[in-house]
Unconditional design. Structure first.
Ligand code: SAM
Length: 237
């Protein structure tokens, strides 16, 4: 079972990402606009998520474009996503696939899964996204026969990130990508667990996750994409 159901992202995750005194939001938004507006169907999914009673903790449009670009860059056809919410990031991942591709996305909250299925259908992507209901540590072993996978995107309970990574190492192909969102752990990654309140259990898990991504026996390279939440990515050796 998941160890925590605390909010996994702050609403600020919807910003352009990385805003700071040195890099003002106006500049980030200007640059992002030069690179194309958010797909209106996906924007509608993101904006209506809170109206449907779900927390506003999806990735933002810039992170979505990063995911789509990464998935396209490795020619992804089979993707696993851990943490569906309303299906926003699953749609970006699905856009990267050819018509034969599939995103398996895992969600333990039945309400979230139901909204995600509606949204994915509305985006015309039901033929390439399967929403699996259940706790990820129970569902992932059942997906193994569909692998090996090209991409695993981890975006659920932080206290299990190191466990999800262990699964992904065994089930993502050589040259495939493992991506983890919220790698800065809401700004608490560097703190002592006792200073981190409800995110305490996430601290050792996220640190182990990041150290493992840097293991050159397992990954040929890794990087932290400095979005506002931190998106870690590594290429499976
Ligand atoms: C941050 S949200 C995912 C956002 C989504 N990836 C997006 O950007 O559109 C995390 C989701 O993971 C789900 N979740 C949390 N722990 C889980 C677990 N152990 N197994 C499956 N889903 C889990 C939550 O219910 C929530 O819907």
């Amino acid at each position: 079972m998941p160890k925590t159901r605390a909010p996994l992202k702050t609403p600020a995750a919807h910003s352009s990402g990385g805003a700071s005194a040195a890099m003002p939001k106006a500049l980030l938004d200007f640059a992002a606009n030069l690179m194309g507006a958010e797909d209106p169907v996906l924007e509608n999914i993101r904006r209506k998520t809170p109206e449907k009673g779900l927390p506003p903790i999806s990735i933002g449009p810039q992170e979505g474009k990063i995911l789509e670009t990464l998935a396209r860059s490795c020619g992804a056809r089979k993707i696993v996503e851990i943490g569906t919410l309303a299906g926003y990031s699953a749609c970006y991942l699905a856009k990267a696939l050819g018509s034969e591709g599939v995103v398996h996305t895992v969600e333990y909250d039945v309400r979230h899964a139901a909204v995600a299925r509606q949204n994915i259908a509305g985006a015309g992507l039901s033929d390439r996204v399967i929403v699996h209901e259940g706790a990820a540590l129970d569902v992932l072993p059942k997906l193994e026969s569909e692998g090996p996978f090209d991409v695993c995107f981890i975006d659920a309970d932080k206290a299990n990130y190191h466990r999800y990574l262990r699964w992904a190492v065994g089930n993502v192909r050589s040259g495939g990508l493992i991506i983890g969102d919220n790698a800065y752990l809401f700004g608490k990654l560097h703190l002592e667990p006792k200073q981190a309140g409800e995110d305490a259990a996430g601290i050792p898990a996220m640190r182990e996750f990041l150290k493992t991504l840097a293991d050159l026996n397992l990954f040929s390279s890794c990087a932290m994409i400095p979005t506002s939440e931190g998106m870690a990515v590594a290429v499976r050796r």
